[in-house]
Design a binder for this molecule. Sequence first.
Ligand code: PNW
Length: 467
Amino acid sequence: MSNRFPPDFLWGAATSAYQIEGAVSEGGRTPSIWDTFSHTPGRTADGDTGDVAVDHYHRMREDVALMAELGLTSYRFSVSWSRVQPTGRGPAVQLGLDFYRRLVDELLDRGIAPALTLYHWDLPQELEDAGGWPARDTAYRFAEYAALVGSALGDRVERWITLNEPWCSAFLGYASGVHAPGRTDPAASLRAAHHLNLAHGEATSALRAAMPARNQIAVSLNSAVVRPCSQDPADLEAARRIDDLANGVFHGPMLHGAYPEHLFADTASVTDWAFVHDSDLRAIHQPLDALGLNYYTTSLVSAADPDRADTRADGHGASAHSPWPGAASVAFHQPPGERTAMGWTVDPSGLYDLLLRYTKETPGLPLLVTENGAACDDRPGPDGAVHDPDRIRYLRGHLAAVRRAMEAGADVRGYYLWSLMDNFEWSYGYGKRFGAVYVDYETLARTPKSSAHWYAELARTGALPEV
Ligand code: PNW
């Protein structure tokens, strides 16, 4: 196998607004659901919030310089909705748009292609107060916001991503409640999923109308790779059910114009799906230019068996409430093998399987790995350097899987490491470090870890080193 990537392969890194920006009340920004949630006692580790985060809002130039130093050819970031449109309605705030325009211009000056995500979980609180994602109107508000950003930046940003991981928004936000807004209402989570789908479709249409035709629109799905514990029909059925709730509920409507065949029956005890209007599937099913896949680990499931001792919570944070509506009959198991600091099993073969799955299901649709990475227990050594051999091994293994998938026919155009730098890891706060760049949370100084140097070399040569 060749270990060389095509010359135009995008070497990227990713971040999201609430995780890095800070400056939460500057320039007219109003609270998002993550501000409210992180300020609610008991919701995040150590009560951490994104108030300051890594202060990217004030250090943007320095951070772009760092990206250039790492030889990145693309950078994926998200726009904070309530910075641009504070109430989630009405005209855009110029100061908010200006920040992102300066960021984009800085990137373009350094030859780094911006990839803009419109929604990475930070719904304006006012829209949550009006019903949030379970309310249909939120989808239309999102399309309006997309058009505002599209008209303002469409002349200089070619790569657009509507939603990041709608699964997390719907099911961690409204069913298990470990993410904002912290609700635990399974029926509401399925309504949220549908309205996120609708938001994606309406936003895609709005962006097409607002931007030059050359721009590319994609969505980033956190694609679960769900494996059954055995070939027993009950275990296969458990895996099918979770696959539909994790993947099919979004990619079915978005990519194929239909919900998975069994989804409505699987969740009939939770909701009757009366909130799906006749014309919705047509609105959701918009042609896309690429599919973004975020991949971290695999899931191992079986039919629930109360006698089995090795079942575990499902790795989505401690909550008494399941993020899987209607799936009480399914048990989750820890897949064997090495784990990252998140407790997630390292399994590059899952990424290979995922890329080939979408190659088969959506032939002709270019793929992007829009997130992949590992949390490690990083610490500066006595010389101040941060050595993270485990992360290098993780990245090398997963990039080799990408390369193998490409040899097998997957049309992968780029890879975005999660994350450029350590940041606010949602309900885990600052305790989990995913960055290629170390952030000292006292001084906010940035120090590239060994993995950053390793990745820079890869971006420069385009070839995976053997060791
Ligand atoms: C993704 N899960 O989050 C997000 O897109 C990032 O913002 C985040 O920092 C990164 O991955 C690392 O966690 C996920 O429970 C959060 O399956 C939770 C899950 C998956 C992805």
